[in-house]
Write a protein that binds this ligand. Structure first.
Ligand code: FAD
Ligand code: NAP
Length: 315
């Protein structure tokens, strides 16, 4: 039986593995269906992870994550490149379903992250990471004193538009309705911001550019206005997030532990879920800051808590 099964090998899962094994757990396996590193490996430039700043050439997400797995494995963590289908409770322990086999574990740390939704316009995938972004904290600075566009009318879109307005010369908010899903005070603040211009009843028809990246977007209106072109090197898409919580879904449609309305896993400050021995860390938990440094910190806490739990079970 495993002491700890970690699901997901992004910054949260890898750090959980480091702390669990270095703290003394022997049987620790991290199930990561792809290469370890997580979603940050898609980023062409990361400059907000403390202590590793590099200007020329810029540090990529891949550069940042490359040494993490070896460090974990040095302390005994094992990586299996497998997709976890489901985690079930079996008395006081857990059963991790890998499809062809099931593995028992005393503790489970779920670190499966979240996936920003795509809006679905032409060119979105082609220019993703080359002008189209889903992270203003990560990429906003690349557009310092330049004009950018934001797509969406929820809290994330308007809050991130306000954040971008501190960096960029102008922020166009493109939203498909006149009403906003965002909280009224946030809408009011965005409306009052002189750098933010709203383009409402509007959708993006196409993002265009060349080998160097995004050059602009074509906008269509649902109120009969003529289509328009906006020349911007940066477009931030905030049309909601999918939490990767599938592994917690049980056969009867319930979740193994408590989740909120968005499906984010409810944890306390120690990353404990509502089920003893089950932890969640990183982007899939409630109130996640969705930053590498925060996911890593969550993983460290969860790894230490799993260690305590196993020590108590063994005593
Ligand atoms: P993830 O990194 O999402 O890792 C989850 C892992 O779980 C994935 O590798 C996935 O393959 C695996 N997984 C999922 N389901 C299963 C399953 N069933 N079985 C096995 N494995 C599974 N943050 C910053 O701090 N600075 C930045 O500059 C920055 N830039 C970004 C740029 C981009 C383009 C993106 C997409 C994100 C960026 N972020 C940045 C955010 C950062 O990447 C995330 O906050 C962070 O990676 C979250 O870590 P995590 O470990 O919680 O999840
Ligand atoms: P959200 O509330 O689901 O809003 C998504 C926005 O994107 C909506 O305005 C939606 O338009 C638009 N949209 C969806 N699909 C689209 C598409 N294909 N093309 C164009 N536009 C599209 O998502 P969110 O803003 O990420 O927020 C998620 C949750 O977190 C919410 O509950 C939110 O309140 C919460 N949150 C809270 C805070 C805070 O409290 N400070 C901050 C951030 C997030 P429609 O409105 O027309 O559907």
């Amino acid at each position: 039986m495993l002491d700890c099964a970690i699901i997901g090998g992004g910054p949260a899962g890898l750090t959980a593995g480091l702390y669990a094994t270095r703290g003394g757990l022997k049987e620790v396996v991290m199930y990561e269906m792809g290469m370890p590193g997580g979603q940050i490996t898609q980023s062409s430039e990361i400059e907000n992870y403390p202590g590793v700043f590099r200007e020329d050439p810029p540090l990529t997400g891949m550069d940042l994550m490359e040494p993490w797995p070896a460090q974990c494995m040095h302390f005994g963590m094992r990586h299996e490149m497998k997709e976890v289908r489901q985690v079930r409770r079996k008395g006081e322990i857990f059963e991790v379903d890998l499809g062809t086999e099931s593995v028992e574990a005393k503790t489970v740390i779920v670190c499966t992250g979240s996936t920003p939704r795509r809006a679905g316009f032409k060119g979105e995938d082609e220019f993703f990471g080359r002008g189209v972004s889903t992270c203003a904290t990560c990429d906003g600075f690349f557009y310092k004193d330049k004009e950018v566009a934001v797509l969406g009318g929820g809290d994330t879109a308007l809050e991130e538009a306000l954040y971008l307005a501190n960096i960029c010369s102008k922020v166009y908010v493109i939203h498909r309705r006149e009403q906003f899903r965002a909280a009224p005070p946030t809408v009011e603040r965005a409306m009052k911001n002189e750098k933010i211009e709203f383009i409402l009843n509007a959708s993006i028809d196409e993002a265009f550019g060349d080998m160097t990246g995004l050059q602009g977007v074509r906008i269509v209106f649902n109120d009969g206005r003529e289509p328009m072109t906006l020349e911007v090197p940066g477009l931030f898409v905030f049309v909601g997030n999918n939490v990767n919580n599938k592994v917690l879904l049980q056969d009867d449609g319930s979740f193994l532990c408590d989740v909120n309305e968005q499906g984010q896993v409810i944890v306390d400050l120690n990353m404990h879920t509502s089920v003893p021995g089950l932890y969640a860390a990183g982007d899939l938990r409630i109130e996640a800051a969705k930053q590498v440094v925060c996911a890593a910190a969550d993983g460290a806490i969860a790894g230490m808590q799993a260690l305590h739990h196993v020590q108590e079970m063994n005593s």
